[in-house]
Design a protein around this ligand. Structure first.
Ligand SMILES: NC(=O)c1ccc[n+]([C@@H]2O[C@H](COP(=O)([O-])OP(=O)(O)OC[C@H]3O[C@@H](n4cnc5c(N)ncnc54)[C@H](OP(=O)(O)O)[C@@H]3O)[C@@H](O)[C@H]2O)c1
Length: 264
C-alpha cells in the first residue's frame, strides 16, 4: 500500500474536543492534537491556569445533563461540526475503606463522571458525525476496568468497565456509518489527580503518602516498566488513534500501562 499519510499537519481542518482538557492527561492530549493541526476545544469547570490562546475553552460541569448539553450546543453553533471527541474526563473521589463506606451519592457521582458524561456527549455529537459520514470518538477508561482496586475506587472501576463495554457496542453500531469508536485504558499516570488520590488514601487510612503509594503499587502488582506514565505518553497514543493512520481501527481497547496488567 502506498504511504500517503502526512505526519506533520495530519489533523489540519479537523475540529477536536477534549473533555477535562485543562489539566493532566487531557491537557497533554489537547496540546498533542493542536500540534497535529487540529482546532482544539477544551472543557472543564474552571478555566486553565495558563490559558492557551489557540484553544477554545468552554466552562461546564459535565456530570450534569445541562453541562453536556451546553457543550454540544456551543461547539455545533460556533464550529458547525465536530470531527474528534476525546472523552477524557473521569476520575475518582471516593474515600478508602471498601464497599461499606460508600453510599448512593458516591456511586452516582462516579457513574456520572466516568460513564454518563461520555454517553451524553456521544449522543449529542453522533448525529452530525453520522451525517458527515466521518468522526472519531475516544473513551479514556482505565486498567481498573479489568483490575478493580476495591479499597478506594470500587465505583470508579465499575464505571470504567461499563465504559469499555459501551464503547465496543457503540463501535459496532456506528462503524458502518463512518464513525470510529475506540477505548484507551491507561495504568497509573503521573498527574495531580493521581497525587491527590494518594493524599486521600493516606489521610483516610492514617498513613503517609509514601505508604499509600506503596499500597496502591502493591495492589496493582507493580509496574514492570518501573514508573507511572507521563501524560504526554498517553497523549501520543491518542494522537495516533484519531489520525488517518488509524483509519482501520475501531471497537478496540488500547491498554497503556507499562506492563501493569498481569494477564493477556
Ligand atoms: N491519573 C491516572 O493515574 C489515571 C489512570 C488511569 C486512567 N485515568 C483516566 O484518565 C483520564 C484523565 O485523568 P487525569 O488524572 O489526567 O485527570 P485530572 O488531572 O484530574 O484532570 C481532570 C480534568 O477534568 C476536569 N473536570 C473534573 N471534574 C469535572 C466535571 N465535573 N465537569 C467537567 N470537567 C471536570 C478538571 O478540571 P476542573 O476541576 O476545573 O473541572 C480537569 O481538567 C480520566 O478519565 C481518568 O479516569 C487516569
Amino acid at each position: 500500500m502506498e504511504n500517503t499519510f502526512n505526519f506533520n499537519n495530519e489533523l489540519s481542518g479537523k475540529i477536536a474536543l477534549v473533555t477535562g482538557g485543562t489539566k493532566g492527561t487531557g491537557k497533554a492530549i489537547a496540546e498533542r492534537l493542536e500540534a497535529a493541526g487540529a482546532t482544539v476545544i477544551i472543557t472543564a469547570r474552571n478555566p486553565p491556569e495558563q490559558p492557551n490562546a489557540k484553544q477554545h475553552f468552554i466552562a461546564a460541569d459535565l456530570t450534569k445533563a445541562s453541562g453536556t448539553e451546553k457543550v454540544v450546543n456551543e461547539v455545533l453553533e460556533q464550529f458547525g461540526k465536530l470531527d474528534i471527541l476525546v472523552n477524557n474526563l473521569g476520575g475518582s473521589e471516593t474515600k478508602s475503606g471498601g464497599y461499606s463506606v460508600l453510599n448512593d451519592k458516591d456511586w452516582l457521582h462516579s457513574l456520572e463522571n466516568n460513564l454518563l458524561a461520555p454517553v451524553r456527549l456521544d449522543r449529542g455529537f453522533l448525529p452530525q458525525m453520522v451525517e458527515q459520514k466521518s468522526g472519531v470518538i475516544v473513551h479514556i477508561a482505565s486498567i481498573q476496568g479489568k483490575l478493580p482496586l476495591y479499597d478506594s475506587t470500587l465505583p470508579y472501576a465499575a464505571a470504567k468497565a461499563g465504559l469499555i463495554n459501551y464503547s465496543k457496542g457503540l463501535s459496532n453500531e456506528v462503524a458502518p456509518k463512518g464513525v470510529r469508536v475506540l477505548t484507551v485504558s491507561p495504568g497509573w499516570i503521573n498527574t495531580s489527580a493521581s497525587k491527590a488520590m494518594m493524599e486521600r488514601i493516606a489521610e483516610s487510612s492514617n498513613t503517609t503518602i509514601e505508604e499509600a503509594t506503596k499500597s496502591v503499587m502493591d495492589a496493582l502488582g507493580g509496574i514492570p516498566i518501573g514508573r507511572p506514565a507521563q501524560p504526554e505518553e498517553v497523549a501520543e497514543l491518542i494522537g495516533f488513534l484519531v489520525s488517518p493512520r488509524a483509519n482501520y481501527l475501531t471497537g478496540t481497547e488500547f491498554i497503556i500501562d507499562g506492563g501493569t496488567l498481569p494477564t493477556i
